[in-house]
Design a protein around this ligand. Structure first.
Ligand code: H2B
Length: 122
């Protein structure tokens, strides 16, 4: 008899509480809570001088995602890149998303990044 509970899948992470989410949003500027479809997510938009600068940042986020084996939804438009994190296998937010968001904030958006005129996270 296997007394050991099945080990969680590699991608498993604890779901977060509403308190965790509030704390994250309070301490990590620019992020917003959203629902990607029915899946709760966190997102932040970076602004850039043009499309290529937005794409270059998206490519940095893609490299981060590969390192983490945790992948965002990226929406790239002229002069903007929105990064949205949620954990598909959990159907919502886990600690992996908060960690990935913190690591996204550490990326250098480059010389063509612009301040976000709509303030945090729009
Ligand atoms: C097999 C692989 O580890 C899984 O598909 C990973 C890949 N990247 C992922 N990214 C995100 N955001 N959620 C996941 O559940 C997830 N699962």
């Amino acid at each position: 008899m296997n007394s050991q509970p099945n080990s969680p899948p590699a991608h498993a992470a604890p779901a977060v509480t509403a308190i965790d989410l509030e704390a994250f949003l309070t301490h990590q500027p620019g992020w917003q809570s959203t629902a990607e479809g029915a899946e709760p997510a966190i997102q932040k938009t970076w602004r850039f001088a043009d499309f290529r600068a937005a794409m270059a940042f998206a490519d940095q986020v893609a490299a981060l995602a590969e390192r983490l084996n945790h992948h965002p939804t990226l929406t790239v438009g002229w002069g903007r890149c929105t990064v949205r994190w949620s954990t598909h296998e959990a159907g919502g937010l886990t600690a992996r998303d908060f960690d990935a968001a913190r690591q996204t904030d550490l990326l250098d958006p480059g010389p063509n990044a612009l301040p976000n005129p709509e303030g945090a996270g729009a």
